[in-house]
Design a protein around this ligand. Sequence first.
Ligand code: NAP
Length: 317
Amino acid sequence: MKKILITRKLIKESEDKASQTFDPIFNTNDELYSQSKVIEMSKGCNGILTSLTDKMDKETINKLPDTIKIISNFAVGFGNIDLDAAKQKGIAVTNTPEVLSDATAEIGILLILGACRRASEGIVSAQEGGWKWSADYLIGKQLTGARLGILGMGRIGQKIAKIAKSLGMIIHYHNRSKLSEEKELGATYHDSIKSLFSVSDVLSICCPATKETENMINKETVEFFPKGAVITNVARGDIVDDEALIDALNRRKIYAAGLDVYKNEPNLNPGYNKIKSVFILPHLGSATKDTRIAMANLAIDNIDEFFKTGNCKNKVN
Ligand code: NAP
């Protein structure tokens, strides 16, 4: 049986499956392992089941024992792993696509609703009690009829588009390549972010964090939006230059932001906490029981498939 280090505690059903599939080392206290601890604990192992809290950079990967043949990430994103370093060391990297798209799209929609309809201010006001109703009390932005720009119309982006369309939003998107008409579902393609941002009353960031997308929302690009636009991010914090977004929010160039992900999570830029129109969540995208079980089970199946066949359909490097 292959010996696998599982760096974070999984839901019981998934740990049971791991025990039936291979010889696992569990993290019973769900301790956040340092990079050196991961290296140390992986001695004698054939693979590692990582999660997005594990920074598998070049230095860490190069120090892994030669017995490690696979890093199976418990996420669809894999910005926490240096894919080239892994490839050079002969380590396959896999992810968990599809199974988390619905749950993450739900949070994407929650961000849009929360930011547009001033949910943060509303919650505080309701908790304090004694608010005074008036015709213009906490009025927000209506979704019906608003243009939603989707940056990264992949699995999650398309699901968000479908739900947003049912709410009466008009969908625009940018990818590096245009989708087929069947996948576009009537959305309008833009071949540049400038073109997309200029028609986005609301933006939903759904693309992966890569060298190309890092700080795509920055001092210059934030000016492409119509005044009073709303920016939401359900993808990864690295795509947003926080200082530029915070400045745009303070100037009211950007009306509100809805964020689930941050640079340097869980330590988000303190500037966000000072702005009432920011609706923030602690990286909840895939956080439903069904989805977390499906993700862990897929991460386990990826390892099993890899050792049985020498390859894996969810290999990303
Ligand atoms: P996906 O199906 O691969 O979709 C990604 C989309 O982004 C594709 O349409 C791709 O189109 C586009 N894209 C990639 N690079 C781009 C670039 N440089 N410029 C413009 N568009 C680009 O991925 P997914 O499953 O929807 O997941 C998307 C991301 O969501 C993940 O990478 C992950 O980081 C994040 N996520 C977050 C949570 C959470 O908890 N908040 C949960 C799950 C996933 P082209 O290739 O044509 O450019």
